[in-house]
Design a protein around this ligand. Structure first.
Ligand code: GNR
Ligand code: NI
Length: 168
């Protein structure tokens, strides 16, 4: 298995729209294993393929306490079950060091495919509902900083651009 490199805001590749997964093969399985390992190593609760520069519609999540229950969603879609908004302090592995409050629908029903290509449904609430929406946003080229004011987003951008120049 390997640890993949995570793209960081404002990298324009984070703005690409991911394409549906059509081939369910061993290569896809390796990618998913690498994404799960990368998520754990980075101590994230989710990771979308876009973040590792693979522009396919798939994501992994683990919101469990013990970090031992990874969920895999391929070609995910969701509908809002409860449009009451729920606020979380969101962070993102692609926006390191910044946490801001974002409001999203509190309950969603996800429809996705599993690694074997089978369809499944899942109703999510709480942190899982927020995380799935955050990850599906990535597949659509969207980041949590897009929900903030222009001023806040520009401050985050400048700070990260400076950090990236230092480490380049
Ligand atoms: O690790 C993560 N934590 C988190 C906290 C609140 C809302 C969303 C997230 S997702 C984030 C990992 C990540 O960047 N996924 O794309
Ligand atoms: Ni993220």
């Amino acid at each position: 298995m390997s640890i993949l490199q995570i793209l960081e805001f404002p990298d324009p590749r984070l703005r690409k729209i991911a394409e549906p997964v059509t081939v369910f093969d061993a290569k896809l399985e390796v990618l998913i294993e690498d994404m799960i390992e990368t998520m754990y190593e980075a101590q994230g609760i989710g990771l979308a393929a876009t973040q590792v520069n693979v522009h396919k519609r798939l994501l992994v999540i683990d919101v469990s306490e013990n970090r031992d229950s990874p969920l895999v969603f391929i070609n995910p879609d969701f509908e809002i079950i409860d449009s009451e908004l729920s606020e979380y302090d969101e962070g993102c592995l692609s926006v390191p060091g910044f946490y801001e409050t974002v409001a999203r629908p509190s309950s969603v029903k996800i429809e996705a495919q599993a690694l074997n290509g089978e369809n499944f449904e899942l109703t999510a609430e709480g942190l899982l509902a927020t995380c799935i929406q955050h990850e599906i946003d990535h597949l659509n080229g969207k980041l949590f900083v897009d929900y903030l004011s222009t001023l806040k987003r520009q401050r985050i951008r400048s700070k990260l651009e400076k950090d990236q120049k230092k480490s380049a």
